[in-house]
Design a protein around this ligand. Structure first.
Ligand code: 4NP
Length: 161
């Protein structure tokens, strides 16, 4: 990052449905900022590639697994739009399919440059190069998402501070 550039403070997390991975990332990252920074300086949100779950709370399984770790997921799903590329500094996709869908939507090269994979911030030892979709998985899929996102969100904050 150019030292004279403003640091990204408006962060949008994206996944396919906005009911499992990205609302979890949003809340985990919010808690990192609340613990380590000044939340008033940040805009943190999440959105879906698809429209299936618009208006819904996160998947009950995701809410239960997150609540066990102290995260209360209250986001209501919404679909990403072209306007989000103006509103946010960083648009973080959970997997390669999210990234290619976001690139299709990006209205300009500058907008496209805001898209980054969440896996760029992984620090834990893992064989994963993306945040795997837990929707058709069991409990361990949700725990894996939370493990990857907890270490990733901490490191994302380190990279932006
Ligand atoms: P998410 O998980 O992308 O992490 O919110 C999914 C939620 C819903 C569906 C797929 C993935 N779905 O096919 O409805």
């Amino acid at each position: 990052m150019n030292l004279t550039e403003k640091k990204p403070r408006k962060i949008l997390f994206i996944c396919l449905g906005n009911i499992c991975r990205s609302p979890a990332a949003e809340e985990l990252f919010r808690q990192v900022v609340e613990r380590r920074g000044n939340i008033a300086e940040w805009e943190i949100d999440s959105a879906a590639i698809g429209s299936w779950h618009i208006g819904q709370l996160p998947d009950k399984r995701m809410r239960i697994h997150a609540a066990r770790r102290g995260y209360d997921l209250t986001h209501h799903a919404r679909q990403v739009s072209v306007a989000d590329f103006d509103r946010f500094d960083l648009i973080i996709g959970m997997d390669s399919s999210n990234i290619s869908d976001l690139k299709e939507l990006a209205p300009s090269p500058e907008a496209e440059a805001k898209i980054v994979p969440m896996a760029r911030y992984f620090t834990m030892a893992t064989r994963y190069d993306h945040v795997p979709d837990p929707y058709y998985e069991g409990a361990e899929g949700f725990e894996l998402v939370l493990d990857l996102l907890e270490s990733g969100c901490e490191n994302l904050y380190n990279c932006l501070s």
